[in-house]
Write a protein that binds this ligand. Structure first.
Ligand SMILES: [Fe+2]
Length: 512
């Protein structure tokens, strides 16, 4: 923990330094005193013919420009059949750019479907660590899939023991559902009004990513397999909504500038394939990925387009204010249409929504009053029930929602709408806990046991740290919850406190 505090201070002070002016020369054989690959390697957004290969040159990650000399260095990349790189199948060159933080995003093509490969980068005399990447099965194939789900890794809150365990799972893929970084320093992610400690500029966010990316467990988890990454709020600002910041004094213009900085740094540090936008503040990251014919992943963005939370961000008694207004949105009209049309057109066997905040409601008080979490889909009930109605019509009982955000595990049966208690079960939601956020965690949230009778769609809950592993086959979806009992000291073993099954085409979730 001492080390973590030290690094977080360094990151904060480094962000205050000025930026070195850029030199525009391309340098074919740069020489580095320090390892330019200190931030590791990653792959992501796989297809049946390729994937994105990522690294970022940063020999001195906490110095301005990552310690790079301000030129345009050439980076060579190689993809091989074997870990020793004796059978190289693809290679190429990439020119890194100072204005994109010397990040490298190679979109490799021409690989065979459903195959593992090894990749590495070379810059000057330096060679990167080796990463593993795999392609997806070909269109039409029903090969099984095993993948991990992670979210919420507040660096100062705890060690990445869960990611260390995840890196040893035999996963084909990892989905990360956001809060990859926290814009706020300190050990408590929920401390409010410490805006003096918050980051705002693209240099600030880059330094924060550098701090996180230096963690060996995070690097190992990335090197293991391709990731599908989306963001949540802390990649920019706690609980922000569209152009509304958490701090109500922040103008829409200030929030757009902050979004541009946070979104750009996110792109620079993630192995993602998303279209370029006219402004970084408008980067569109929703996208789908097919795993053969078995599953289609829909990676959603519930932050950028949402209306401001009704009646404040916290847990509130409903109805209140504008809460039920049907024009309020969490997805934005375009994304809602894209998802609804897409679910109708897709012939994938399972539909998988990778997204941020809980869809199922959770009434957190006993008795007749209902108190709901305004930052989740429960704060946007009309939009939530429209999406559930689309799932009920187009992908009933073959849709699984993966959720992060709340630093706790929840297994929720989703109904065709939560406007009435008697609507039928049409999908499953697996909410995965945090990697580190919230510190060691506990068996359950305070008061959770008492309110379970008022939340009959909730099948299981736990508030320890960890991740999920999902095994997807045509007939059965299995989700295993993995937990570690502590993250404030090293070495916690991993356990599997609960496993759940969803049968294709049948309502409900069964505990194994
Ligand atoms: Fe979080």
């Amino acid at each position: 923990m001492e080390r973590r505090r030290f690094l977080s201070d360094i990151a904060r002070y480094a962000a205050l330094c000025s930026v070195v002016p850029n030199d525009w020369r391309v340098v074919a054989r740069p020489r580095y005193v320090d390892d330019p690959f200190a931030l590791g390697v990653a792959s992501g957004d796989p297809t049946s013919t390729g994937a994105v290969l990522w690294t970022r040159l940063a020999p001195k990650p906490f110095e301005p420009e990552g310690g790079m000399p301000g030129q345009r260095p050439i980076v060579d990349w190689e993809v091989a059949d074997d870990e020793a790189f004796t059978r190289i199948v693809r290679r190429g060159r990439y020119t890194a750019a100072p204005e994109l933080a010397y990040s490298v995003h190679v979109e490799v093509e021409g690989l065979a479907a459903d195959r593992w490969y090894f990749y590495r980068f070379r810059a000057g005399d330096a060679v990167s660590p080796v990463g593993r990447v795999r392609t997806t099965p070909a269109a039409g194939a029903m090969n099984p899939l095993r993948f991990g789900v992670a979210s919420c890794q507040h660096y100062e809150a705890g060690l990445y023991t869960a990611l260390d365990h995840l890196s040893r799972e035999r996963c084909d893929l990892v989905t990360h559902l956001g809060d990859y970084i926290y814009e706020r320093s300190g050990t408590d992610g929920n401390v409010r009004r410490h805006h003096g400690l918050e980051i705002r500029t693209v240099e600030d966010y880059r330094t924060r990513y550098s701090q996180y990316k230096l963690d060996p467990a995070l690097q190992a988890a990335h090197a293991m397999c391709p990731w599908l990454v989306t963001w949540d709020d802390h990649e920019v600002d706690n609980n922000y909504a569209g152009e509304f910041g958490e701090n109500e004094m922040e103008s829409a213009e200030q929030m757009r500038a902050r979004r541009a900085a946070g979104y750009q740094a996110w792109w620079e540090h993630q192995p993602v394939r998303v279209p370029r936008a006219r402004s970084w503040a408008d980067l569109t990251i929703r996208r789908s990925t097919d795993w053969g014919a078995l599953a289609r992943f829909w990676m959603l963005d519930t932050r950028q387009y949402r209306d401001d939370q009704a009646c404040g961000d916290g847990t509130k008694a409903v109805p209140c204010g504008d809460w039920a207004n049907p024009s309020r949105t969490i997805l934005g009209a375009q994304q809602e249409q894209w998802l609804g049309d897409g679910l109708g057109a897709s012939r994938a066997h399972w539909q998988v929504l990778g997204q941020q905040v809980p869809i199922a409601p959770y009434d957190s008080v006993p008795g007749p009053e209902t108190r709901l979490y305004m930052d989740g889909w429960s704060g946007y009930p009309a939009n939530r029930d429209r999406v559930l109605a689309q799932i009920a019509t187009k992908a009933r009982n073959r849709t699984v929602v993966l959720t992060g955000d709340v630093h706790s595990n929840w297994v929720n049966e989703l109904h065709a709408g939560f406007d009435r208690p008697d609507r039928e079960t049409i999908a499953a939601e697996f909410v995965g806990t945090s990697i580190a956020s919230g510190g060691d965690g506990e068996a359950m949230w305070r008061g959770a046991a008492e309110v379970m009778p008022e939340n009959p769609h909730v099948k299981w809950h736990s508030a320890r740290r960890g991740y999920m592993v999902c095994d997807v086959r045509p007939d059965v979806w299995t989700t295993e919850y993995r937990e570690v009992a502590y993250v404030t000291r090293p070495g916690a073993p991993v356990t599997t406190p609960a496993t759940f099954r969803v049968e294709h085409g049948k309502p409900g979730i069964t505990r194994v």
